[in-house]
Design a binder for this molecule. Structure first.
Ligand code: NI
Length: 210
């Protein structure tokens, strides 16, 4: 992957200039955080206690959960982002969605993962600049294993296993972290984390005021 490529997990590229019309209609002047008010499933913003919770495994793949997964994918594409975890829409179940296809013109590859688990990780590490739909406009370098093998249950209830590298590896680890109440800012030094949290608290106050 070229060094200049900026990846941002659960979020768009930082330099993204495309902004869907609905976004600007919904919250004019709100810029990058416009997606918050037009989502099919509203995305929770840090700090929120629900983003710090350990999520329960999915035992029974109900139609409600499949609908939730589909809604999460459309919410993610809409944002736009490359990954989203159920706790980010307030559901404390082990479910993530992702699609890290980044080349224009390349076919999308939406993945729905119930009970995803990293079963092996490379010793080799990779550092990417990450972001998160629950922490809009904040980015930081995070180092993670560069390759991981993941096992999950797909939308049809079948077990699947696959190795991921590059952006996919970073994204899937970032999303699985969400299921354990862990955010990318938890990898940062306390001072930087507190700074981001303060900014987010301020942003949420402003949003609440409308
Ligand atoms: Ni995230």
């Amino acid at each position: 992957m070229e060094a200049t490529f900026r990846i941002v997990i659960s979020w768009s590229r930082r330099n993204l200039t495309f902004r869907p019309a609905e976004a600007t209609l919904a919250v004019a002047e709100r810029g990058a955080i416009a997606y918050i008010k037009r989502m099919k499933r509203p995305i929770l913003l840090h700090p929120d206690p629900r983003l710090k919770k350990h999520c329960a495994p999915v035992d029974d793949l109900s139609d409600d959960l499949r609908t939730l997964a589909d809604d999460m994918l459309s919410t993610m594409y809409d944002a736009p982002g490359v990954g989203l975890a159920a706790p980010q829409v307030g559901v404390l179940s082990r479910l993530i969605v992702l699609d890290c296809v980044k080349e224009e013109g390349e076919a999308p590859r939406p993945l729905i993962m119930f009970n995803p688990e990293v079963i092996a990780a490379s010793d080799e590490m990779n550092t990417y600049e990450e972001g998160c739909l629950s922490i809009p406009d904040q980015y930081a370098d995070v180092t993670r294993p560069s390759e991981v093998e993941v096992r999950w249950i797909n939308r049809e209830g079948k077990e699947q296993m696959e190795s991921f590298d590059g952006l996919w590896a970073t994204c899937v680890q970032h999303e699985i972290d969400h299921l354990d109440g862990k955010l990318f800012i938890d990898y940062l030094k306390p001072l930087k984390r507190q700074m981001i949290t303060r900014k987010m608290t301020k942003l949420k106050r402003e949003l609440a005021r409308g």
